[in-house]
Design a protein around this ligand. Structure first.
Ligand SMILES: Cc1cc2nc3c(=O)[nH]c(=O)nc-3n(C[C@H](O)[C@H](O)[C@H](O)COP(=O)(O)OP(=O)(O)OC[C@H]3O[C@@H](n4cnc5c(N)ncnc54)[C@H](O)[C@@H]3O)c2cc1C
Length: 679
């Protein structure tokens, strides 16, 4: 991107205003003295995935309501990186093949083959319909979509409208939902799923419903279809690049006995934390080749990467590669690869040092002085083609992506003037609610989409999360629209009310203490570097916390904090579920993959620094067999049940028009499973 893009164009891509919500209609019915809202379908959450499901349901004539804790909160609306990525079949000048895209999407293993194919084949429609709604994806003069290479992507299937791509997606989908008359009920937090053999509705807490007699604003939703689109568990870790207040769906689903899958799989990478302005430092932030350094308690600077890499060229080339190898991956610590940078940063942080990125200084010399002429061929080639050959990192960044500078400025951080503090943070949950190819969970009538659904495997190409939410949002609507019935009685309400009211006790654990305990345990013992002992102890700690909460309850500081208190209680259960899955995986002999290195003195993988082997970080290698299965967790009768299931396979299949048309016309495609290959 050239540096002279007019300011108003940059502003429109960074300052994205959201539409005004129309006034809500007050509920007219009550049940047990509480407001009752009936609908044919309820979508929980108004992120990109939930709004897609709602719009697609409404277009099919379904009376759908969106219930959202915060209408323009959540990850889609509030997170970003240098350019947020949407991963779709390549519509630039290179032909694509859905099967090869599906293979790339599930390349890390532990992913269902049918799901990967659904995401690949559905991506074209997802992207085209977003463009139709007004999403400004960039094109060339002949209508080809501009593309680039992203994480876990060798073909270059990524496209973007800049740092606010997912917020722009929320905006165009919200405008469409409003146009279609979908009620979006704001400040409405789902606290329990109502069910009796199948889903019957939700119990929520609504700010608008608070009265003297109903201090928590409890509200009952009756619906035969519930779509969980409440995002990922961003609050699980202390060190996190999620926006504030992301609780996700894991605890809510566990309490309803719904199966979760792949909870061992997450993403971690470098970014600025949510205490300031949470943002991923991927893409051009690192491709501009800033100087990375740390500062100790005495204010002394350390060019710490010189303790790891052998030459200036090797260090600088790996800083660049973090642009499209952004998430930590254990094997990339080997052979002086790009994840050695994450390891180095974590060690600096553990030593009490603060880590910074300075865009006014080139990387400091290890052997020869830094030079754009002395970079690995791929790196030099990229920067030359991009025209990023200016002398200083800030000028290279301004040339490649002025929005990256603009964005921080909006949050009162001028990276052109001052170094930027950053860390390795948790960023994404690849696992979640187990779903089939229509987004159906193990509880009939209850669907999950977006980050709430556990559709990703061990790795996911950058941008695959947003694509999955759009593709499955559409498929959920297609499936549910054919299955909706009139809303019946909210069966299961008595049990849900008793559980929620019973959990909130003035003498219970304080919300602040609960939050601190969960987040410290997860960040300190389940981050990118784990050991079997630490994870086992952390699991025991999480079990003790759940037992304590069951015995003592949780104490909101005031009635308005009741929904948060319930969410923190659910987060304790989610943390126990993640640690149970991880402990099970490691105890069974599972090795390092995806987000985590499983450190073990008997491990085969040994990262090296310039000074020799880093024995403390010797890690177990991944066992190929683990790629073929997924760990399933269910909360049953006060216990976490752990099982394993093989990945669903997709037999080579080719549809045939006359043979397959009737199944589509009659809806039989919803009842038939894709043919599975023998395991
Ligand atoms: C810094 C960062 C950068 C990222 N970059 C990319 C990228 O470039 N490409 C990509 O594909 N992915 C990226 N991701 C991941 C991606 O943004 C998310 O996975 C995706 O936006 C999730 O969308 P969602 O609709 O499922 O959830 P969200 O957008 O988080 O929406 C959840 C919604 O649910 C509501 N909610 C939550 N709990 C409740 C409840 N109990 N009751 C009612 N409502 C509730 C929230 O208010 C919100 O409206 C990134 C993530 C981060 C943190």
């Amino acid at each position: 991107m050239s540096a002279n893009v007019p300011q108003d164009i940059l502003d429109a891509l960074t300052d994205v205003d959201m539409p005004r919500l129309p006034p809500e209609r007050a509920p007219t019915e009550t049940v047990q003295g509480l407001p009752l809202i009936r609908a044919a379908a309820i979508v929980v959450g108004s992120g990109a995935a939930g709004l897609r499901a709602a719009v697609e349901l409404r277009r099919r004539g379904v009376d759908v309501v969106v219930a959202s804790q915060s209408a323009w909160g959540g990850t889609s609306a509030c997170s970003g990186s240098d350019k947020q990525t949407l991963h779709t079949a390549n519509t630039a000048d290179q032909g694509d093949d859905f099967h090869s895209m599906a293979k790339a999407v599930r390349a890390g293993g532990a992913m269902d083959e049918d799901t990967a194919y659904v995401e690949a084949v559905g991506s074209v429609r997802a992207m085209a319909s977003l463009q139709y709604l007004g999403l400004p994806l960039p094109q060339d003069a002949l209508g080809g979509t501009l593309r680039y290479q992203t994480d876990h992507d060798v073909v270059g299937r990524a496209t973007s409208c800049g740092p606010r791509t997912s917020r722009l997606m929320v905006k165009v989908l919200a405008e469409e939902a409003i146009r279609l008359g979908v009620p979006i009920l704001n400040h409405t937090t789902a606290v329990a799923i109502l069910h009796k053999r199948r889903v019957t509705g939700l119990l929520a807490m609504r700010t608008q419903a608070r009265t003297g007699a109903n201090p928590f604003g409890l509200t009952v939703f009756s619906a035969p279809v519930v779509v969980l689109a409440n995002g990922g568990p961003g609050e699980l870790y202390r060190d996190s690049v999620y926006p504030n207040g992301c609780f996700g769906a894991l605890g809510l689903a566990l309490e309803a006995g719904i199966d979760l899958v792949n909870l061992t799989e997450s993403q971690f990478g470098i970014g600025t934390r949510r205490e300031g302005f949470p943002w991923n430092l991927s893409g051009t932030y690192v491709q501009a080749l800033p100087h990375l350094y740390s500062v100790d308690a005495q204010g002394q600077e350390h060019a710490f990467l010189a303790e790891y890499y052998r030459t200036t060229q090797e260090m600088a080339s790996n800083i660049f590669r973090k642009g499209y190898q952004w998430p930590f991956h254990a094997t990339r610590m080997l052979d002086f690869g790009s994840s050695l940078i994450d390891l180095a940063i974590v060690r600096e942080t553990q030593a009490g040092r603060r880590v910074f990125m300075d865009f006014n200084r080139n990387p400091e010399a290890i052997d020869l002085p830094f030079s754009l002429e002395r970079l690995d061929a791929d790196v030099r080639g990229y920067l030359t083609t991009a025209g990023a050959i200016q002398a200083r990192p800030i000028d290279r960044l301004r040339h490649m992506n002025p929005l990256a500078i603009e964005l921080y400025r909006r949050y009162k951080v001028d990276i052109a003037a001052k170094p930027l503090e950053f860390a390795v943070n948790n960023q994404h949950m690849n696992g979640g609610i187990a779903v089939d190819v229509w987004g159906r969970s193990s509880l009939p009538g209850c669907y999950a989409v977006g980050e709430a659904a556990g559709t990703h495997g061990v790795t996911r190409p950058g941008g695959a999360a947003l694509n999955a939410g759009q593709v499955f949002g559409t498929r959920v609507a297609e499936d549910a629209a054919g299955a909706v019935t009139a809303p019946g009685a909210p069966d299961g309400l008595d049990a849900a009310l008793a559980a929620v009211r019973g959990a909130l006790r003035p003498e219970g654990m304080a919300v602040k203490a609960l939050k601190a305990e969960i987040q410290a345990r997860m960040s300190d013992h389940a981050g990118i570097l784990c050991t079997a002992d630490q994870v086992r102890q952390a699991r025991a700690g999480a079990e003790a916390l759940t037992a304590r909460l069951a015995a003592e309850g949780v104490a909101p500081a005031r009635p308005a904090e009741a929904a948060r208190a319930i969410q923190w209680r659910q987060m304790a259960l989610a943390s126990q579920a993640v640690l149970t899955a991880l402990d099970h995986y490691i105890a069974e002999g599972g090795g390092s993959r995806g987000a985590r290195a499983i450190c073990d003195p008997a491990g085969q993988g040994v990262p090296h620094s310039v000074h020799g082997p880093l024995q403390d970080y010797r890690f177990r290698e991944e066992r190929p067999a683990d790629r073929e299965r997924q760990i399933v967790i269910r909360w049953n009768d006060g216990r976490m049940e752990v099982t394993c299931r093989p990945n669903r396979r997709l037999a080579p299949t080719r549809n045939f028009f006359e043979r397959d048309w009737p199944a589509w016309l009659t809806g039989a495609i919803h009842g038939t499973k894709w043919p599975e290959a023998p395991q």
